[in-house]
Design a binder for this molecule. Sequence first.
Ligand SMILES: Cc1cc2nc3c(=O)[nH]c(=O)nc-3n(C[C@H](O)[C@H](O)[C@H](O)COP(=O)(O)OP(=O)(O)OC[C@H]3O[C@@H](n4cnc5c(N)ncnc54)[C@H](O)[C@@H]3O)c2cc1C
Length: 386
Amino acid sequence: MQFGLTEEQQMMQDMAKNFAETEILPTLEEDEAAHKFRPELVRKMGELGFFGCSIPEEYGGSGFGFLEAVIIAEQIAKVSGSWRLPFNMQNHGPAVTVNHFGTTEQKESFIPGWVSGEAIGFFAMTEPDTGSNVVQMRTTATDKGDHWEINGQKMWISNAHTGDWGLLYAITNREAGHKGMTCFIFNPKETEGVITSAIETKLGLHCAPTGEIAFDGAKFPKDAVLGEVGQGFQICMWQLNNTRIGCAAGAVGIGGGATEAAINYANERTQFGKKIGSYQMVQAQIADMVAEHDAAKLLLYRAAWLKDQGLPNQHETSMAKLFASEAAVHAASDGMKIFGSYGYSTEYPAERFLRDAHSLRVVEGTSNIQKLIIAGISLGDSENRV
Ligand SMILES: Cc1cc2nc3c(=O)[nH]c(=O)nc-3n(C[C@H](O)[C@H](O)[C@H](O)COP(=O)(O)OP(=O)(O)OC[C@H]3O[C@@H](n4cnc5c(N)ncnc54)[C@H](O)[C@@H]3O)c2cc1C
C-alpha cells in the first residue's frame, strides 16, 4: 500500500494549482459577482489535458486515469468550486459515458470536442418534479419512424444554455419501468423545438451556469441514441457513479481551501493579546477540519484508484461523495466562525466556500441517496458495482 503521489501525479497537481492561482483566482471575485462563465477558460483547461485523464489517447485523452483527474479537479476546487464543474461536464459525465457505451462513430464525433473544451458538455436528468427518483421523469422520446420526437422539461441542468453537445435521459416506454428510459446525445443550439434558459437564483457556484431545457416536439435523428433503446437507466446509474467522484474531488478541494484559509487567519488574527490559533477551542475546530479533510481525501483517492483498476467501487464512491461533501460544509462553516465578522463578509472567501460546498450535498444524488446506496450494499441488498 502506498500513500504518496508519483512524480508525474505531483507534477499534475502542481500544474493544476498554478493554473487555478494564475488563471482563475485573479478575476474570480469580479467573475463571481457578474455570474460570469468563461468558455475560453474551459478551452485552456482542455489544452492542458485536464479533461482527458480517463479517456484513451485515440479520442484526445491522455489515458492516465480517474486518480489523476481527481488530483487536478481538487486543486481547481480549492480555489473555486465553480470551476470544478467542467470536470464533470467535459469528462466524467458525457465523455467517459460515451467512451463506455458509444459506437466508434459516436466516440470519434463527440469525445475529442468535450476533452479539448471546444464543445461545452452537459447531462440532463433532473426535472421540475423529478430529482432523486429519476425513473419518475416525465420527458418522453417517441419513435416516429424516421426520427425521435422529444417533449418535456429538464431543470437544474449545468450548462443548459451554454452547452453545445450533451446527454439527455428520456422515457421511451413508460410501462417498462427501469427498462423504459433511453439516453440521447444532442445539441440544444442546433435542434428546433429546444429552448434553454438560465437559472439566476443560485446561492453559489456563480461562475458555473445552470439552467432549464424545454422540449416541444424537438426532433432527434435515429442515431442520437447512446447505447440501446431502454438502456438509459443503466447508463444513468453508471454515469452518476463517475460524476459522483468529480463531486467528491470538488468537496475535498473546497474543504481544503476553507481549512487552509482558516489556519492562515488563525495564525494572523490576535485577540486578548494572543493569536486566536493559540486558543484551544479554535485549535479543536482546526483539528476536526484537518482530520476530516484528510479522511475525505483518502476516501476519494481510494475510490478513484478502484475505478482505475476496474474493480467494484460504487460503495466506496458513494462513501467518498457523502463524507467529502459533509466534511466540506463542516470545514466551510467552522472556517466562517474562525473568521468572525470577516467570515460574514463577501470580502473574504469563507462565505463563498460555504455557499459552494452546500451544492455538493445535493448534486449527483443527495447525501440521503448516498446513504441509501452505502446501506443497501452494506446490508447485502444490492451488489457493489464497477
Ligand atoms: C448547482 C446544481 C447543479 C445541478 N446540475 C445538474 C445537472 O447537470 N444535471 C442534472 O440532471 N441535474 C443537476 N442538478 C440537479 C440535482 O442533481 C438534483 O437537484 C438532485 O438530484 C436532487 O433532486 P431534487 O432537488 O429534485 O430533490 P428531491 O429528490 O426532491 O429530494 C428532496 C429531499 O428529499 C430527500 N429524499 C428524496 N428521496 C429520498 C429517499 N428515498 N430517502 C431519503 N431521503 C430522500 C433528499 O435527500 C432531499 O433532501 C443540479 C442541481 C444543482 C443545485
